[in-house]
Design a protein around this ligand. Structure first.
Ligand SMILES: [Zn+2]
Length: 147
């Protein structure tokens, strides 16, 4: 997942949209119409120590952030779920992921002791968390209850 090309429904221009900016109301570069991302398979935005604060501050929507390790089996198992939830909840909640093995400042600040860990933020503040691999339904219900 990452960038994808979205065709503007107004003028037909093709626009490249990055997963990291999908929640910012991307507009067509040609006609400035808001791009319709419904059904787009952009997946989860990737967050890092560098943009942790600015990303959380960039939206009024609830943010679910998946702290993962690339070498952790359960984390890898959850990845398709996270990507799916990102597309499913787009427009209502923001789903993002962060590699806890290289983004040590964020992992430390959030007191991550095991992965995967799913932290829910509103206006930059943690409002809930779920740790360990869980069914998609569990995360979806939490997002439903918070968004
Ligand atoms: Zn356009």
């Amino acid at each position: 997942m990452g960038d994808m090309v979205v065709t503007c429904r107004k003028c037909g221009a093709k626009n490249r949209v990055s997963a990291a900016k999908q929640h910012l109301g991307p507009k067509c570069g040609k006609c400035k119409a808001a791009l319709d991302l419904s059904g787009a398979q952009l997946g989860a935005a990737e967050v890092s120590d560098a943009n942790f604060d600015s990303f959380l501050a960039s939206t009024d929507q609830v943010v679910m952030l998946d702290f993962f390790s690339p070498t952790c089996g359960p984390c890898r198992g959850m990845m398709p779920v996270v990507e799916s939830l990102a597309d499913r909840f787009r427009g209502r909640a923001v789903v993002a992921k962060i590699d806890s093995t290289v983004n040590l400042a964020a992992a430390s600040r959030c007191a991550i002791r095991g992965v995967p860990a799913f932290l829910f933020f509103r206006n930059g503040r943690e409002v809930d968390r779920i740790t360990g691999a869980v069914p998609e339904k569990t995360l979806a219900e939490k997002l439903d209850s918070l968004s």
